[in-house]
Design a protein around this ligand. Structure first.
Ligand SMILES: O=C1O[C@H](COP(=O)(O)O)[C@@H](O)[C@H](O)[C@H]1O
Length: 229
């Protein structure tokens, strides 16, 4: 993991966008696995300054809450439409998404597994860090999941957004698995936001364990970790 210290959020966002622009100049139709949350918002805004560069970009949604409908203002779907798909003018034909309604969860997981098997690996995977060390919805646990799956969410993950903590229990999400992430040709890992000091310290120990799924990024040969320090 190549750790890049940034002065502030603006620098982190600009550097991350520059990495994407460099990659897309080589492969315009690259497959881009998109995280949501506060960490990549600035990066996506930087990318949106050069929409012409993304005329062939293919986007796949990384994760989604199962406890709210896709049309909810706090869904990952709504976020991606607002911050990535509309600003970059990505049509539905170049966007792979999934539903998370309880009765569809299993079939949607299977659909995504088949899509990734046929179209993967991701050329670029954007990751944020959860306060508990998670990446996507791969939460700390005794074991981790390799493929796209339905995940039970940790309390700290649900509390990340007050609107989400009002949903029925147990709360779940759908997300890419650890193998999907670690097979990516390039990973851009954004470490930004309050309350992540413990998780970041744990990563810096360079000890790989399922108590901190983000620690597995040490196994990946092409990860740029941008951190505000
Ligand atoms: O719960 C989550 O949080 C992380 C980090 O979110 P951020 O708002 O601090 O950037 C996010 O990357 C992840 O996809 C999501 O599951």
């Amino acid at each position: 993991m190549n750790i890049v210290s940034c002065k502030n959020y603006e620098e982190l966002s600009q550097r991350a966008a520059q990495i994407v622009l460099k990659e897309i100049s080589v492969k315009p139709d690259l497959l881009f696995c998109a995280a949501t949350g506060n960490s990549p918002t600035g990066m996506y805004a930087e990318m949106a300054k050069k929409p012409e560069a993304f005329h062939s970009l293919r986007v796949i949604k990384m994760d989604e809450w199962g406890i709210i409908p896709l049309s909810h203002p706090d869904s990952c779907e709504t976020y991606l439409k607002k911050h990535l798909l509309r600003p970059l003018d990505i049509p539905v034909e170049r966007y792979m998404t999934f539903d998370t309604a309880a009765d569809l969860a299993e079939s949607e997981c299977e659909k995504m597994r088949q899509f990734i098997a046929a179209n993967g690996p991701f050329d670029i995977c954007i990751l944020g860090l959860g306060k508990n060390g998670h990446i996507a919805f791969n939460e700390p646990a005794d074991f981790l999941q390799p493929f796209f799956h339905k995940a039970t969410l940790a309390p700290s993950t649900i509390q990340h957004d007050p609107a989400l903590s009002q949903g029925p229990e147990p709360a779940y999400g759908l997300c890419v698995g650890m193998r999907d992430i670690l097979q990516s040709k390039k990973i851009i890992f954004l470490v930004s936001g309050k309350g992540k000091e413990d998780a970041w310290r744990r990563i810096q120990e360079q000890k790989i364990g399922t108590d901190c799924p983000a620690s597995f990024l040490w196994l990946h040969p092409n990860t740029d970790c941008l951190v505000i320090e």
